[in-house]
Each structure stands twice: as structure tokens, then as C-alpha cells.
Ligand binder design. Structure first.
Ligand code: NAD
Length: 254
């Protein structure tokens, strides 16, 4: 699919990997709607990106709020792409340090945002893309975001790793399910990227994360994620696959 002239929805677009994806999509000629939480600085980011980028406040777990995002995108033209980056962690142990079972509430919250939110964005986005005309044999594509934690969850990441493994699991079945509608689905599983999610860590921890990457021995740049997201949209043969983007890192238990 050619990116120039399409309308794309980018969730989590106010920050980090989503913001970089929105910037690159606009640079390549797409019109973009950023969906992010009410309290995010999505409006300011949309203005900084320019090119008619719009911000619509939405929680990815809400049907009504995400429908409003796609309504706004529809007004700009045919929605052909979704890059879904919204997500967050929430650490718990299976049994906490005082011997109590890990919080079911935290587990549910993290699974809701990362897994249920992904399916919500996928189903609402795919329904919109399905209404567009087929161009060069396809209607559009959805890029989801997992994590290397889907494969090597570290101690404390039980809700996040479970949710991201669910995203990996939905990728092939979604691609098969949507094939008849000429819509592709791929997932990116990032390693360690230099985004605000990591800014809470000390320089020492960030440095050791960077050194743990075999090559290149540094944190990923958000635009390297955006490059892959755009390539997935552009390459018609990429479908049903989760691609690790991680400099060959394999996370240790902690
Ligand atoms: N940065 C990394 O190293 C890394 C590694 C692996 C996976 N990831 C994944 O990549 C994605 C993007 O992460 P990032 O590093 O850019 O983080 P980030 O914190 O910079 O950006 C995430 C954005 O998602 C938004 N968001 C969170 N919950 C939301 C919700 N319910 N509805 C709408 N928006 C919501 C936040 O407001 C934020 O703007 C996440 O899914 C994250 O799990 C990141």
C-alpha cells in the first residue's frame, strides 16, 4: 500500500513509538489522527507534527471513544491504516514479598489496556478499512504492538507479558480472518526503546539495558520502530507475522 494520501489512525500517538509513527506517516504523505488519553499532550503533539494531524482523546479500551476516533478519521478520507501503540506495564509478583497473592485488579487492568484494547482497536479499525475500495488488491493494514516480554517476560511482568503474548497470538488468526477483506495484520515486538516509558529509570539502569543489546549496543530510537511500521504498511507480502525489533536482545529473568 502506498502511504501517500492515506488516512491513518495512530493510538498512543502522543508519546514514544506512537508519536514517531505519526511523524513518519505524515512525512510520507499520510493524514493522521492521533488517539491517546485525555490527560496526554496529544493536542500539542498533533500541532507540532502539523500536516493537518488531528488529536482525538480516547481510551483504547472504550468502544464509544474509539468509534469517535474512527469517525474523525473518516471525515479526512478513506481510513486504510492503523498503527496501534497505546499500552503500558504494571508490575506485580505472583506472590508478593509479604506472601500475599499478586493483585488480580492490577492483572486485569494491564490485560484490559494491552490485550482487550488491542482487540478493540483491531476490530473497530478493520471494520472501517473493510468499507474502503480495494486498491492494487488490498484495502489496508493494521500494525499492533507487542513486546519481547511476550516471549521472555521478566519477573514482575506477569500481567504485561500475558497481555503481549495475547497480542502475538491474535496476529495470525486476525490476518487469516481478515484475508477475505484484503486487510493485513502484523505485530511489532520491540526490545528496549528510548521512550518516556524508560525515562522513569535511572541512567544506570538505562545504561545497563542499552549494554544488554548485542548489536547495536544501545536503546532503539523511536523512529526505527516507525520505519518498520511504515514498511509493514507498504509491503503487501507481510501478513500474519510478529517481527521482533530488538538488536538480538533476549531478556534475562530479571
Ligand atoms: N519503549 C519500549 O522499550 C517498549 C518495549 C516493548 C514494547 N513497548 C510497547 O510499545 C508501545 C508504546 O510504548 P512507548 O514506549 O511509546 O510508551 P509511551 O509511554 O511513550 O507511550 C504510550 C502512549 O500510550 C498512551 N496510552 C496508555 N494507555 C492508553 C489507553 N488506555 N488508551 C489510549 N492511550 C493510552 C499513553 O498516554 C502514551 O501516550 C506500548 O504498547 C508498549 O508496551 C515499548
Amino acid at each position: 500500500m502506498k502511504i501517500e494520501g492515506i488516512v491513518a489512525v495512530v493510538t498512543g500517538g502522543a508519546s514514544g513509538l506512537g508519536r514517531a509513527s505519526a511523524e513518519r506517516l505524515v512525512a510520507q504523505g499520510a493524514k493522521v489522527v492521533i488517539a491517546d488519553l485525555e490527560g496526554s499532550n496529544g493536542a500539542a503533539v498533533a500541532e507540532e507534527i502539523g500536516g493537518g494531524t488531528r488529536f482525538v482523546a480516547a481510551d483504547v479500551t472504550s468502544e464509544a471513544q474509539m468509534e469517535a476516533v474512527f469517525d474523525a478519521a473518516d471525515e479526512m478520507g478513506a481510513v486504510r491504516a492503523v498503527v496501534h501503540c497505546a499500552g503500558r506495564g504494571g508490575p506485580i509478583r505472583v506472590v508478593d514479598k509479604n506472601g500475599f497473592p499478586g493483585s488480580l485488579e492490577t492483572y486485569e487492568t494491564v490485560v484490559r489496556i494491552n490485550l482487550i484494547g488491542s482487540f478493540n482497536v483491531l476490530r473497530l479499525g478493520a471494520a472501517r478499512i473493510a468499507k474502503t475500495d480495494s486498491v492494487d488488491g488490498e484495502r489496508g493494514a493494521v500494525v499492533l504492538t507487542a513486546s519481547v516480554a511476550a516471549y521472555e517476560g521478566q519477573i514482575g511482568q506477569i500481567p504485561y507479558a500475558s497481555a503481549k503474548a495475547g497480542v502475538v497470538g491474535m496476529t495470525l488468526v486476525a490476518a487469516r480472518d481478515l484475508a477475505g477483506r484484503q486487510i493485513r495484520v502484523c505485530t511489532i515486538a520491540p526490545g528496549t526503546f528510548d521512550t518516556p516509558i524508560l525515562s522513569r529509570l535511572t541512567d544506570e539502569v538505562r545504561g545497563s539495558l542499552a549494554r544488554a543489546v548485542p548489536h547495536p549496543a544501545r536503546l532503539g530510537h523511536p523512529d526505527e520502530f516507525a520505519m518498520l511500521a511504515c514498511h509493514i504498511l507498504e509491503n503487501p507480502m507481510l501478513n500474519g507475522e510478529t517481527i521482533r525489533l530488538d538488536g538480538a536482545i533476549r531478556m534475562p529473568p530479571r
